[in-house]
Design a protein around this ligand. Structure first.
Ligand code: NAD
Length: 309
């Protein structure tokens, strides 16, 4: 492969992409489609083959992927993977001019620690977790919440815009992760509350559609009710109408709630509702709900629920 590929009269940006799973696979493909030279690496052979079919080139390992990169993007499961990959294969291997972007959802402490280490080694790094699931990753309509300095944000933005519909500067290092997990804590809490409300409404003899019509226009309204109603046949079409398949897996909601509780503990914030939501999702996952959409929690809150015909 030539050192520099000419594209549209200029140099084709070289992007190293590490972690080509459910989310990273689509994101890397969109970067390739947008005209970047994407050097992809994943531990999974299947993921690598798929990435190759979608316009990326395969790297031998993460260190080979980042060599000569203009940007390094990671989409890995958790903080320990991010720390391991950046320490062993990015720092000292990628050119100091490369912008380092971690799009994984990880704990705030690890994000800050790794970004500080990056800075000590002369790199600019940002955390840029996403909102939006697999469908948004495929469609290039993710929302990125970015933590880092202004220079890092501006440099990361040009790449992130090719994978998303919105790129927001949340603040300094770790602020992207903080915004992501605090938002998802609120989502977990409002969804649990919405599930509970529908079950109680039904037990009090209210028609769920009538309750939806009232509450979605009254002060109990929230996104969990109006846009993501946990009941089939009520409100707009949601995963509830597809047997709770697809959507945002309960296991991932639990992961984000755990991260939020860990962060709350580290700064001494009192988050009783978040704690309650975490416990509910923990129980739901233990009972086999991990792969179901997180709105399926309503099934656990009321086992006797029968969806309207
Ligand atoms: P995934 O498990 O499908 O993908 C992770 C990939 O990382 C896997 O292919 C795995 O083989 C690879 N990997 C692990 N360790 C590696 C290493 N050392 N080197 C190279 N590759 C390695 O997970 P996902 O659903 O794509 O999620 C990725 C991140 O995005 C997570 O942090 C998740 O919380 C976050 N997220 C997911 C969703 C979603 O709907 N799936 C939505 C928003 C955010």
């Amino acid at each position: 492969m030539p050192d520099q590929v000419q594209h549209h009269g200029g140099t084709m940006p070289r992007v190293a992409f590490i972690g080509l799973g459910n989310m990273g696979g689509g994101m890397a493909a969109n970067l390739a489609k947008a005209g970047n030279e994407v050097r992809a690496f994943d531990l999974s052979e299947t993921a690598l083959t798929k990435a190759e079919e979608r316009g990326c080139s395969r790297a031998e390992d993460a260190a080979a992927a980042v060599q000569d990169a203009d940007a390094v993007i990671a989409m890995l499961p958790a903080g320990k993977h991010v720390a391991e990959v950046f320490r062993s294969s990015v720092f000292g291997k990628a050119p100091a001019s490369a912008i380092l972007i971690d799009c994984s959802t990880i704990d705030v402490d690890t994000a800050r620690k790794i970004e500080a280490e990056a800075q000590q080694q002369g790199y600019t790094m940002v955390d840029a977790p996403v909102s939006g699931g697999i469908a948004a990753a495929e469609a290039g309509t993710l929302t990125f919440m970015v933590g880092g300095n202004t220079d890092g944000f501006e440099r990361a933005r040009s790449y992130l815009e090719q994978m998303g519909k919105a790129v927001i500067h949340a603040g300094d290092s770790g602020a992207g992760q903080a915004a992501k997990i605090v938002n998802n804590m609120l989502l977990g809490v409002t969804m649990a509350g919405t599930c509970e409300a529908f079950v109680l409404a039904q037990k009090l003899g209210l028609d769920p559609q009538v309750f939806f019509d009232i509450s979605s226009k009254a002060s109990g309204q929230s996104w969990s009710m109006t846009s993501y109603c946990p009941l089939p046949g009520v409100g707009p079409e949601t995963p509830a109408d597809r047997n709770y398949d697809g959507g945002f897996a309960a296991a991932l909601m639990l992961k984000d709630l755990k991260l939020a509780m860990e962060a709350a503990q580290s700064v001494g914030a009192y988050t009783p509702m978040g704690g309650e939501a975490e416990e509910l999702y923990q129980r739901f996952v233990e009972r086999g709900g991990a792969a179901k959409d997180f709105s399926a929690l309503i099934k656990m809150i009321d086992d006797s629920w029968t969806p309207p015909a």
